[in-house]
Design a protein around this ligand. Structure first.
Ligand code: PLP
Length: 396
């Protein structure tokens, strides 16, 4: 018999994917260059040449089995060592090879981390607005996702709501900074308060509360932003990293879990991830991509285009009277819509070939997301269109 659970999920497909599909179809009619497609978070800047060069060099120097064979279950040992060393150097935390578990990007890192620190029925708390894939990531593990409503003034953590939702069933808290969709980075003050609160609750409940820190945008931070490394604030942190956005290689599916060495039972977590892999059929990312990514542990693509695009959009949006928090990183911006229903707002924008994503998808009604990982030239051409849309539809 087919599983009812997955059959039911078919009828609730991703709104973002549906909008991206619409943009492609519209592109066939009017030329994709005329569709201002702000739907998908697919990086647009090229991979750094060093990544391609690393692959070329590896293929010239290593044996076929080293390149294309299975890697050990936790990942390629050299890659894990290089990553541990780079994190230690950058953030001053004494990571070693044994604290790094190679994954198929952040999605897989979160899938492992959540299974490691929860049992079915346990609660995992996250904060709105959040990446909608957290629902399947968490719920398919058997844990239950609970969402703290957004602090819509700042998109930092709404601590009053968080404190009222906290209870002994909460085994993990999942955060994402800099954040998709708001673009906001949690400040040092926010992370300090979060750590103090969790430490107090661990004591009160008599069990650990792990912090799962989803960090695909860790390297995409704008000038002046306070975007510290989460694990330096709280010992029981599992950092879930991805090279998808920093190296522009989402199709290569590569990332890792980095276990803070001071976490409770830190040495058990990577071996536990290995056991989790056996059950979820993950079984190691591609060997050659692990090695190539680790060689680029200190590198990123040229990410400056995202800050250029953000400034163009932020300035135009504020000029047009939108309420919007200035992003500290990522390639997203999350303004308030000009009517109560952001779905209606985004539907009207489609008439102008502006493809915007309603905030409802991110558990924040009344807002909309623009993913500006597109060419700056297209962002520039979209500004008068945005102005026309706002003027004609809302008289501004
Ligand atoms: C906040 C967040 N987490 C996780 C992911 C998953 O990315 P990946 O599995 O490619 O690293 C994404 C992708 O857009 C994201 O925005």
């Amino acid at each position: 018999m087919l599983s009812q659970k997955y059959k039911d999920m078919i009828s609730a497909p991703s709104v973002i994917r549906a909008l991206a599909g619409y943009a492609q179809e519209r592109g066939k009619e009017i030329g994709y260059e005329n569709v201002f497609d702000y739907s998908l978070g697919n990086p647009s800047v090229p991979v750094p040449e060093e990544f391609n060069e690393a692959i070329r060099e590896l293929t010239k120097t290593l044996s076929s089995s080293a390149l294309h064979g299975y890697s050990p279950n936790p990942g390629n040992p050299d890659a894990r060592t290089q990553i541990a060393e780079s994190l230690k150097k950058r953030f001053g935390i004494p990571y070693e090879q044994k604290h790094i578990f190679m994954t198929s990007a952040a999605a897989s890192a979160i899938a492992h981390a959540v299974r490691c620190v929860t049992s079915p029925g346990d609660e995992v708390i996250t904060f709105a607005p959040y990446f909608p894939e957290y629902v399947p990531y968490i719920n398919q593990s058997g844990a239950v996702l609970k969402v703290v409503p957004a602090d819509t003034e700042s998109f930092q953590i709404n601590f009053d709501a968080f404190e009222s939702m906290m209870n002994p069933n909460v085994q993990a808290v999942l955060i994402n900074t800099p954040n998709n969709p708001s673009g906001v980075a949690y400040s040092s003050a926010t992370l300090k308060r979060l750590a103090e609160f969790l430490n107090a609750k661990q004591k009160e409940y008599g069990h650990e509360i792990f912090l799962i820190s989803d960090e695909p945008y860790r390297e995409i931070v704008f000038q002046g932003a306070d975007a510290p490394y989460v694990s330096t604030f709280y010992d029981n942190t599992l950092s879930c990293y991805s090279y998808s956005k920093s190296l522009s290689i989402p199709g290569e599916r590569i990332g890792y879990v980095a276990v803070n060495p001071a976490a409770k039972d830190a040495d058990l977590i990577v071996p536990m991830c290995v056991q989790i892999s056996r059950g979820i059929g993950h079984n190691c990312p591609s060997s050659i991509i692990q090695m190539a990514a680790a060689r680029c542990a200190y590198l990123t693509s040229d990410l400056s285009v995202y800050e250029t695009n953000m400034n163009l959009l932020y300035n135009k949006l504020t000029e047009l009277g939108f309420t919007v928090v200035k992003p500290g990183g990522t390639f997203y911006i999350f303004p308030k819509a000009l009517e109560e229903s952001s779905e209606a707002f985004c539907e009207k924008a489609k008439k102008y070939d502006l493809i915007l994503v309603p905030g409802d998808s991110f558990h924040a009604k009344g807002f909309f997301r623009m993913a500006y990982c597109i060419d700056t030239e297209k962002v520039e051409r979209s500004l008068p269109v945005l102005e026309k849309f706002v003027k004609e539809e809302y008289g501004r």
